[in-house]
Design a protein around this ligand. Sequence first.
Ligand SMILES: *[C@@H]1O[C@H](CO)[C@@H](O)[C@H](O)[C@H]1NC(C)=O
Ligand SMILES: *[C@@H]1O[C@H](CO)[C@@H](O)[C@H](O)[C@H]1NC(C)=O
Ligand SMILES: *[C@@H]1O[C@H](CO)[C@@H](O)[C@H](O)[C@H]1NC(C)=O
Ligand SMILES: *[C@@H]1O[C@H](CO)[C@@H](O)[C@H](O)[C@H]1NC(C)=O
Ligand SMILES: *[C@@H]1O[C@H](CO)[C@@H](O)[C@H](O)[C@H]1NC(C)=O
Ligand SMILES: *[C@@H]1O[C@H](CO)[C@@H](O)[C@H](O)[C@H]1NC(C)=O
Length: 748
Amino acid sequence: MAVLQRSLVLLVTFIHLSHGKLSFAKQKLHITMYTDGMYSIGVNQDTWLTSADTYIYASGTKQTGGQGLKLVETNGVSGVDKLGNWNGLTFQYLVPSINVSFHATIKVYENFVVFAQNFKTQVQGTTSGEFDSVISSFPSFGVGSGNTSLGYVSFGGNMVGDTHMKWGRFKSPDATLNYGIIGGPLVLFDSGSDAIIIAPFSQFMAASLYHDVTGNSVHWGVMGGVNTVPENYVYETILFYSPDGVNRAFSEWGRLIKFYYDKDESYRKSDLTINYLGYWTDNGAFYYYNTETNTTYERTMIDVRKYTVVEKIPYRYFQFDSWFYPKDEYGGVTTWVAMEGIFPDGLRYVWNALDLPIAAHNRYWSSQTTYAIQNGGKFKFLLEPPKAIPVDQTFWDSFHQDAKQWGLIMYEQDWLDVEFGMNITRSDIYLGREWLLQMGAGARKNDLTIQYCMSLPRHAMQSLEIPVVTQARVSGDYQPGNDQWRIGISSMFADALGLAPFKDTFWTTTNQTGNKYGKSEPNIVLQSAVATLSTGPVGPSDKIGATDLNLLMRCCNQDGLILKPSRPATAIDKQLHRLAFDDGVGPAGEIWTTYTEISGYYFGIILAADLSEMYPLTPQDTGFQFGTPKIFSYNEGHLEAMNFSEQYPLKLQDCPKEAPCVWYTSSIFQVGTNEILIYGEVNKWVTMSPQRVQEILVSDDLEIHLQGSPGELVNFAFSVNGDSIQDIYCSIGNDGTAILRFNSKNCS
Ligand SMILES: *[C@@H]1O[C@H](CO)[C@@H](O)[C@H](O)[C@H]1NC(C)=O
Ligand SMILES: *[C@@H]1O[C@H](CO)[C@@H](O)[C@H](O)[C@H]1NC(C)=O
Ligand SMILES: *[C@@H]1O[C@H](CO)[C@@H](O)[C@H](O)[C@H]1NC(C)=O
Ligand SMILES: *[C@@H]1O[C@H](CO)[C@@H](O)[C@H](O)[C@H]1NC(C)=O
Ligand SMILES: *[C@@H]1O[C@H](CO)[C@@H](O)[C@H](O)[C@H]1NC(C)=O
Ligand SMILES: *[C@@H]1O[C@H](CO)[C@@H](O)[C@H](O)[C@H]1NC(C)=O
């Protein structure tokens, strides 16, 4: 057998600026391809993955190398495309008895590989009979076919692959990988910092993977329910390598796929519901299927608004959940309008009375939906009782146009997995994608953005082609006191796709009497911090009279503008290590990091919660790409600054859910003979936020250009020469700006 080997020598520049040193590291991804159709993936000198079977289903039969599928030719191929130069091989397969031609191509780029399946002929009878398997397999790898000391994280389930997420060692039979309709990206990593992400690269709604537990193999291909594949149909999988750990692998992979699909992030940046505080009424909210005593939802919403105006809580939009519209006996939506008993004066009236824009929730469609031609409506739907799915662009255009008339700015499409659970969506190679593209096009024409909720990894990935999908829920439904705040891993995946991760609603006070859940929320501080550090919507849902304004306003400026970090806080790589390897290395609990960048200066944030033992966090653990010689926290007017280096790790302990630990780092500013650290705005979660600080200028003085609400009082703290702390108060001017000068201790 001939061996074609291509070793990818990656020159990866790892710039580590702490202590002003610049160091380089070289790492290697190898792919070895054989002319008999086999291939393997290696990192350094070490084999990670060895190929398993290539197969397709055709004419009702599984056609494998042993039976039916013949490798007729292997060609070296190369090319250049949007992602750069590639080299590789095409394996040309044929099923001679039915003259079906199937090409499997490996394209090797710089630090990633694209595996393409090309159905050269139309193929019939392709279903495997199982929705959760695949009708075509390429690539496929043995589980534990390489170095069995690898760890994995397998995304799966709804909320962007959060609800079924699994981890462990990548070896049989221990590895339990998510597969089928709920399946998602597979992440492999070693105990150093080498990491690989394997995920669909095209046809996201039709793509799937299958973990053959008895065969110890995992296969990527088209989902198992598809029974016809058109001629020249191409499905691709990407294998992406990073030498810098899982967090960096996700952000680099994300940058690549967003570029490839031209995902326009301007919608995420400008979405009002991502930028401003909003009031939510979804599951977990005080007013979820619950009104004030003896009154309507209309009155209740208007009373919430009155309370928040009196208390000066700067909500900028209201979210209405599934309680407002009619549903059939199976919970499917019949017509997306307000029920009379809910809003007796109608949605337009309520919108005007609230004087705020609206975000609104929708479920899956009932087969009794009044919009369907079959039920006397105007639009094309496919019915599969008890559900239905629209297949008509004019439906979405008119649907979203109607909703604009009552103030809708953000459409929340929930139950995406349940809608996709119809048999027709799971058997048609195009339907799922068309449904989401049409929904997105209708929203875009009407200047709406979309939040995905209960999205499987496939929906979240499909949003790469839908610019107005700006955000997605990344964990299960909130209930007071529950643990759905653990979004540090799912946020990596969502953000990589260009989606702002949404934690879901929360309460800002512990006890809210008369709540329908009979529950309380002991972790209000954590809830408020996690929502703010997510970069997604911040949407509390307190009972009238029960908002803790001081705690809530840690999120935002006086106008309700969320003061955000530059990226979502995510779990450190060592946390994933501990989960997967269970070897006592890494934190026993949650440690997330994020940062802000302003005028080229970096400010780090570390959140730790629910640690069951002390963890000594090192600068390298943080994943920060900038120097962090000092670290500090601020408590009741006391600022504690400490050395932070590999020799002086931050000993994180006693960070229970009720009282999470939050630490900050600052660039060091030399002003005269003083060494200044900027702590920043003491009563905000993100003490140095680009939404507050426009610019930092360093000359004889340290100048901080602030923005905010006219008259807003801003309190900034500084650490001087490591010990003393100085506070400077600033009142934002009528033009919404102010300049704080450190030496002159003033503001103008
Ligand atoms: C497997 O990977 C580990 C960690 O990267 C490495 O130390 C070890 O040498 C590898 N084992 C083999 C058999 O290559
Ligand atoms: C098989 O299909 C190819 C096109 O893919 C066609 O050119 C050829 O004639 C077919 N052969 C037979 C025997 O039908
Ligand atoms: C609610 O209405 C019921 C029936 O009209 C009445 O008995 C009850 O006193 C009312 N409760 C309040 C708090 O107004
Ligand atoms: C969906 O497919 C399954 C399995 O093939 C079948 O048992 C079921 O009856 C189908 N449901 C509908 C609504 O067609
Ligand atoms: C909440 O109520 C419980 C039970 O009544 C009480 O023990 C606790 O102190 C209350 N917590 C707060 C923050 O008010
Ligand atoms: C912090 O680091 C500085 C410089 O490396 C050193 O002089 C000082 O002693 C350290 N402080 C503590 C508390 O270890």
